[in-house]
Design a protein around this ligand. Structure first.
Ligand code: PMV
Length: 309
């Protein structure tokens, strides 16, 4: 039996602006999606997502219409690595649809496992690139951030405008995510920001300013200046508020986490629901998030990325 797993991610800086070629900084964190492969006697592919209680079977060249969206990532990933005749079982600690990159993690883990099963020795760059293709096919558009970070592990800067994909040398990071339990519609939010930026040059400046904040944030992370990282996360959150992607619950969780002692806090991901991420650790930040109606998930940096087992 072949097994692989890959981590979740949070955006420390730069979501939305990354769509316009600005830099984003995102960290792999210690929640994982796991994939197991077993051969079956025919050429079909069966996917069982244990965390979702959902199963489907298709011909290896069959189409995915009507298949549960989450399973589509797994089928797409298995097919992109040339799989046929496999039972694929997935399980995950990562809340689905929460902006923590659950679909990227399961896609990356499936490509890693299926390519090993097929005897292909893919580099990490190749895995990240195939996984990005699968995300684009399934969801229409997606920046390469989630799939890259989940493949590589650690803190990464992604700047498609300069074809820059780099790991950032940082010390350990203590974070707490706060999950609203609500799902944000990433595609709609990206489109809404796009419409606003076409109408208003000032909104284009907000997007560019987020890019500047990411650059400052990167410098602060590299020099181990946690206080500045926190301040800049707060600034980034304010700019995301300006783009209209926050919700009352996200905003209230962000403010509550800061009051609870976080050095900084912001939305992570598209917004409209999903999660916040707060810099710091400890019960006081966690209870502040819970008081504002969220589920607190203490996180630390994952440095491994996708691995066997
Ligand atoms: O909510 P998530 O984790 O899928 O992140 C979306 C991030 C955006 O920048 C808004 C879109 C993208 O594809 O990068």
């Amino acid at each position: 039996m072949i097994q692989s797993s890959a981590p979740a991610k949070v955006y420390l800086f730069g979501e939305h602006a990354v769509v316009y070629g600005e830099p984003a900084v995102a960290a792999a964190v210690d929640l994982r999606a796991r994939v197991q492969l077993e051969e079956r006697g025919d050429s079909r592919i069966r996917v069982e997502a244990r965390n979702l209680d959902s199963t489907a079977t298709i011909d290896h060249d069959g189409d995915l219409e009507g298949v549960d969206p989450f399973l589509r990532y797994v089928f797409g990933a298995a097919k992109s690595a040339g799989a046929r005749g496999l039972n694929v079982t997935t399980d995950s600690d990562i809340p689905v649809g929460s902006g923590l990159g659950s679909s990227a993690a399961v896609t990356v883990a499936t490509i890693h496992a299926a390519s090993r099963h097929a005897g292909l020795e893919l580099s990490r760059e190749e895995i990240a690139s195939l996984a990005h293709g699968v995300e684009r096919d399934v969801q229409g558009s997606a920046s390469p951030t989630d799939t890259y970070v989940s493949t590589m592990g650690g803190v990464n800067v992604v700047e498609t405008g300069r074809n820059r994909f780099e790991q950032v040398d940082t010390g350990s990071l203590d974070l707490v995510a706060g999950d609203t339990g609500e799902t944000g519609a990433t595609g709609e939010l990206v489109e809404m920001v796009g419409d606003m930026s076409e109408r208003f040059p000032s909104v284009r400046h907000v997007i560019k300013t987020i890019g500047e904040v990411s650059r400052d944030g990167l410098e602060a992370l590299e020099s181990g200046d946690t206080e500045s990282v926190g301040v800049l996360m707060d600034v980034n959150h304010g700019l995301l508020e300006a783009l209209g992607v926050s919700t009352p619950r996200l905003s209230s969780m962000v403010h509550s986490a800061r009051t609870g002692g976080a050095s900084g806090a912001k939305i992570t991901g598209a917004g409209g629901g999903g999660c916040i991420v707060a810099l710091g650790s400890g019960r006081s930040i966690e209870s502040a998030i819970e008081e504002a109606g969220g589920e607190a998930l203490p996180l630390s940096l994952d440095r491994q990325g996708v691995v066997s087992g």
